[in-house]
Design a protein around this ligand. Sequence first.
Ligand code: NAD
Length: 407
Amino acid sequence: MTILVTGADGYIGWPTALRIAERTDDRVVAVDNFARREWVSEIGSTSAIPIREMEERLGAAKAKLDVYNLSFVEGDLTDKDFVDELLSVHEPDTVVHTAAQPSAPYSQINGERANYTQHNNLQATRNLLWGLEEHDLTDSHFIETTTTGVYGAPEFPIPEGGATMENQGERDDVPFPAMAGSWYHLTKSHDAANMRLAHQQFDIPISDVRTAIAYGTETAETRGDDYHLKTRFDFDYYFGTVAHRFCAQAIAGYPVTVYGKGEQRKPFVSLEDAVEGLARLALTDPDERPDDYTVYNQVTRAISIVEIAETISDVASEFGYDVAVEHFENPRDEDETHKMEIENDRYMDLVGEQAQSFEEGVRDIFETLTQYEETITAYEDRFLPGVLEDRIEEEQADADEVAAELD
Ligand SMILES: NC(=O)c1ccc[n+]([C@@H]2O[C@H](COP(=O)([O-])OP(=O)(O)OC[C@H]3O[C@@H](n4cnc5c(N)ncnc54)[C@H](O)[C@@H]3O)[C@@H](O)[C@H]2O)c1
């Protein structure tokens, strides 16, 4: 048996590949094109936790975790020839697809990056789905981390999957409408639609895992070593997710800022819980998993912005940081009390109990980040947007000047 893990150099993909490889004797083939490293360096930032080269990561997996069944292939999943070769050589029984450009703000910088994000994410998924069909691998289980962002923020409780639509007295079950609010999030709505279609047309068993905002620095496997096994941690405006950015800001001496009431809740899952869910799905016996297109809401709890800020402030004080929570008038047009009720029964049945609470995750983050305070303060101007936008503007002005001189 072979399990393919795409995006295996990434925040979620790396610890997922480790967990799966640790739990099975089957071959685990990790794939990545290291694009995430380039995007973060393009916006002038860095992972707070230094990330080693893949060869060193794999060496540490052997030395510290006795993981000998994990190998790596470098390649771009938007390249159909690469994907065809990957699938025909390795013939995976399971694909855990975490590769994507996952930043909403990055996808919103300009049209070029919106195009890049949509092309990258959609083409990678299409190549894999069509590849499974064209290489006679339609029994392989395809698992993708989409996002809870595909649901937007509706007024009613979010179902785990589709919706019921009523029109002129008739009702039917339909896929959830694409209510995503960014060019990135919409790639996952489109992926969800393409996965449904691939299931309908090719009969591929599919798990569409709608991942919530992940928090934390550690999983059982990354704790196995102080350096080489760690996963990345971004804290800049584009790639740092909300709780991670707040923690880094607290370490750099900034207050945590809450706009308006801050009672609106966002869905969260710890890295540990996210990795466990993906590993369980990947390792489920084919006779026991759903043979269908199944949606899992990979969320353990919705947390309000105020609670996030206060938890971070409390945990920060345990580490000797005095972090104020400041309230400002909300510049955004948003419902400051949105409840974000979200069904997750199917996901919780899969993982059992939540393994790590938000507070425990924040404690892990502080434990890790206090070692890298210098890196965070050196890059603290990256908490705000603008660095890349300013450079794009300058480049455009230079190009205009050259064009004017040539005229
Ligand atoms: N982190 C979160 O909070 C979160 C929340 C919801 C959904 N997700 C989803 O989970 C997945 C993993 O997210 P993450 O936070 O680990 O992101 P990440 O950027 O750290 O990992 C994605 C990896 O995919 C690789 N990749 C991207 N395009 C590729 C391509 N064309 N070919 C080969 N490799 C490619 C990148 O180099 C990167 O290492 C993504 O699909 C993301 O959309 C993440």
